[in-house]
Design a protein around this ligand. Structure first.
Ligand code: SF4
Length: 374
């Protein structure tokens, strides 16, 4: 660490003692972090934890997003991606099209497909099983990170199966792990405003619990910068931490900046850089049992993601190739980034870039093939 911890904020001193001693922060500490104006001191502490866990390493991956459909019954106010079936711009990929999409884009060998989409009222469960089976058959070495807890719960309802049965069938078909979306903010008051037709926070957590029990790792997100307050965010983080104590199934925490453009909440402001940085730092400090904290460059911009590597983040996500969900909500970032650009961002932050697979195993590669170290 280049310099000693310093702050004028008396609340941060007792927090610093806990962090330096490796002790757990409580909800009052988390609130004090949110209310502190000393972002550099908060960042110092988060960086301390990040370096204790990961040294100077920063991770990225070579991933391709596939969104099989944007047709969705939920009509969440936070969303610019979902469409009613007959609305302009609604699409659903035929299976062959989804498999072709998987093969398109950059020539670099992909190690992960990230597959999420809308809650389609008519697509049968068999479509999703076939989608996964077809991808596994065509790309047997590529990790399939597919379907949020929200999609899993909806597929279960449509197929008249339990959540556990649904997860088992998807796992048998080839799903390797789950992404972390749909968590938003767990507090009911907020969920009623931003996504009142989605499963509630307890159902999200229960679906994650079942996935972890079946050996499927997942990520966890928190959508911030809309109508939530400090207490709502602290509640969200502590619920994630409690479940992680129980299952140890979460790999990465990803705070997601809300993008209001083209949503019914477009009167709200976008998040500021300071808020984005602070959210990363607080996540790293409160979620002491999460191995990784990601600053997702698509959501906060490559510039902020790069700075976040000094404020608690150890991962900036990956190549993505074709991002649709946040670009429908006005994101101005590129839809994808080449591997060399990610490496440059990380190196200029003074970190050592490591390409990882979805399970954080180092990847060595040529452009068209890769080897995972196990
Ligand atoms: S956030 Fe997800 S569930 Fe909600 S409307 Fe958008 S696609 Fe549908």
């Amino acid at each position: 660490m280049a310099h000693a911890f310093q702050t004028d904020d008396p609340h941060l001193r007792s927090i610093a003692e806990k962090v330096l001693a490796g002790k757990r922060l409580e909800s009052d500490d988390a609130l004090a972090l949110y209310r502190s104006g000393d972002v550099l001191a908060v960042g110092w502490l988060a960086n301390h934890v990040r370096e204790r866990l990961h040294g100077n390493v920063a991770y990225f991956n070579v991933t391709r997003h596939i969104n099989p459909t944007n047709v969705c019954v939920a009509a969440c106010r936070l969303c610019a991606f979902g469409r009613k079936k007959d609305a302009p711009g609604a699409y659903t990929m035929a299976l062959e099209e989804a498999w072709q999409t998987a093969a398109s884009g950059y020539s670099e060998a992909i190690t992960e497909f990230h597959i999420v989409g809308g809650l389609h009222p008519d697509l049968p469960f068999e479509y999703f099983l076939d989608l996964i089976r077809g991808l596994k058959q065509r790309f047997p070495r590529v990790h399939l990170k597919a379907f949020t807890m929200v999609e899993i719960a909806y597929l279960a309802k449509r197929a008249k199966l339990t959540i556990r049965e649904t997860l088992e069938k998807l796992k048998d078909a080839g799903v390797d792990s789950l992404p972390g979306g749909g968590a938003e903010i767990f507090a009911d008051r907020v969920r009623h405003i931003i996504c009142d037709h989605k499963i509630d926070g307890d159902q999200w957590l229960e679906t994650a619990r079942l996935a972890h029990q079946l050996g499927l790792k997942s990520n966890a997100t928190m959508l911030y910068g809309h109508v939530e307050n400090d207490e709502d965010r602290v509640d969200h983080l502590l619920k994630l931490r409690a479940l992680q104590d129980e299952t140890k199934g979460f790999q990465t925490y990803i705070p997601l900046a809300f993008h209001p453009a083209n949503t019914p909440l477009q009167h709200l402001y976008t998040t500021t850089g300071l808020r984005d940085i602070k959210e990363i730092a607080i996540g790293r400090l409160v979620l002491d049992n999460f191995p990784h904290v990601k600053s997702y460059w698509q959501m906060v911009s490559p510039k902020i993601a790069q700075i976040a590597l000094r404020f608690g983040a150890d991962d900036i996500d990956g190549t993505v190739v074709e991002e649709k969900i946040y670009h429908d909500a006005g994101a101005t970032t590129p839809q994808g980034m080449r591997r060399q650009e990610l490496i440059r961002l990380i190196k200029e932050a003074g970190r050592d870039p490591i390409e990882r697979d979805t399970l954080y195993r180092p990847v060595s590669r040529t452009e068209t093939s890769f080897t995972v170290s196990v």
